[in-house]
Ligand binder design. Structure first.
Ligand code: HEM
Length: 378
């Protein structure tokens, strides 16, 4: 709120010394996300980060990080088209029975326990199992690729990013080679096959696309589930209403996305030329973070509240982004959260926070979510 007094487009300095522009107004964020002058390609982004960021805080290598999310049209358009052929609504809808089964198995494990950590026992394993299933990645590999992804995302300056990127790339290359030799009916096998018009992803593109899909699909869904359970347990009236009428769960999920979305400042761009947004001119070559959480809570467009609205016409939100980079996995993320909430409330509707005063610890400023969520089941 102190920031809001300064405006909707402001300049901030992070505790680690990084200075950048931050967009916190809803209309301004929406405009920035749809503006082609706001660029994302990895070469330009890394060049600016190396100039303005503290020593060593650039993450994965350019080859690995040069995926669809870090590219601009026309490259982005081509990559998105190629992956969308395989990442279809039909494929995602077909995953529902498996998501239900995985969730049921995870909840079965909780039976008989008085207390569980909903992050460790549900919110963390479910999305990673689902993404492994979707992509056709062996679930046994998860500890390894999760370790590398976390190191690359955290961009800790004391870690050798080039070495970790190399390990991750080699792992992905071996995985893809094995799939090419023995294709299955999973998404990666589909991506390896020839496209209708002969266009296909090259091996380096496949490696970075697989990296993106592995990373984008689990931490976000993890925090959506964790943040949602937390909000429900903090709002007894909403919890009772959801138990009485589970058809309201999708509306609750949208409200969690609006008020407590997993992506905070993680939407970074840079200005390819001078860009005026909300009456402020951001000069060319500046780093710009669009804060989706701040935009979603902009009092100018959305009521500021901590209650869960359980109505179908929820206030609008930008939790999945906007424009050409709008989240490819939004239907999948929503489905995972809806299944998790439905089964949890059905089986453990009487659950409550172990400590009602429990204040969650945000893992990072650019991802919003909890490291643990201790809950008493009965
Ligand atoms: C992009 C949020 C789940 C895959 C994005 C963006 C946001 C977002 C905000 C755009 C970032 C930007 O413009 O800079 C979320 C949230 C999720 C979620 C809140 C909660 C469940 C998933 C899942 C997948 C996924 C399950 C599946 C693999 C992607 C991909 C992109 C993306 C591939 C890049 C799209 C592009 O560049 O065209 N997501 N995501 N996401 N997300 Fe998600």
């Amino acid at each position: 709120n102190a920031w809001r007094e300064k405006g909707s487009v402001i300049r901030v300095r992070r505790p680690n010394g990084l200075t950048h522009w931050l967009i916190i107004g809803y209309d301004e964020a929406r405009a920035a996300l749809a503006d082609p002058r706001m660029r994302k390609n990895v070469t330009g982004l890394y060049e600016i980060l190396r100039r303005v960021a503290p020593e060593g805080s650039v993450g994965a290598s350019e080859a690995l990080a040069g995926h669809m999310l870090n590219s601009d049209p026309p490259e982005h358009t081509r990559l998105r088209k190629l992956v969308s052929r395989e990442f279809t609504g039909r494929r995602v809808a077909g995953l529902r029975p498996r998501i239900e089964e995985i969730t049921k198995n995870l909840l079965d494990e909780m039976e008989g326990k008085d207390e569980v950590d909903l992050i460790d026992d549900l919110a963390a394993p479910l999305p990673v199992m689902v993404i492994c299933e979707l992509l056709g990645v062996p679930f046994e590999d998860r500890a390894q690729f999760q370790k590398w992804s976390k190191l690359l995302l955290d961009a800790d300056p004391s870690v050798d990013m080039a070495a970790v990127s190399k390990q991750m790339s080699e792992y992905l290359a071996a995985l893809l080679a094995a799939k090419r030799a023995e294709p299955g009916d999973d998404l990666l096998s589909g991506l390896l096959a020839d496209g209708e018009d002969g266009d296909r992803l090259t091996m380096p593109e496949l490696i970075s696309m697989t990296f993106l899909l592995l990373v984008a699909g689990h931490e976000t869904a993890l925090h959506l589930i964790g943040n949602g359970v937390y909000m429900m347990l903090k709002d007894q009236e909403a919890l009772d209403a959801l138990r009485a009428d589970p058809d309201k769960i999708p509306a609750a999920t949208e409200e969690v996305l609006r008020q407590f979305g997993p992506v905070g400042w993680a939407t970074t761009r840079y200005t390819g030329e001078d860009v005026e947004i909300g009456g402020v001119t951001i000069p060319e070559g500046e780093l710009v973070c669009v804060s989706l959480d701040a935009a979603n809570l902009d009092p100018a467009v959305n009521p500021e509240t901590t209650r869960l609205h359980l109505v179908e016409d929820n206030p609008k939100h930008l939790a999945f982004g906007h424009g050409v980079h709008f989240c490819l996995g939004a239907p999948l993320g929503r489905m995972e959260a809806n299944v998790a909430f439905t089964q949890l409330l059905e089986r453990f509707g009487g659950m409550r926070l172990v400590d009602p005063e429990f204040v969650p610890v945000w893992r990072m400023s650019f991802m919003r979510g909890f490291t643990s969520l201790p809950v008493r089941l009965r």
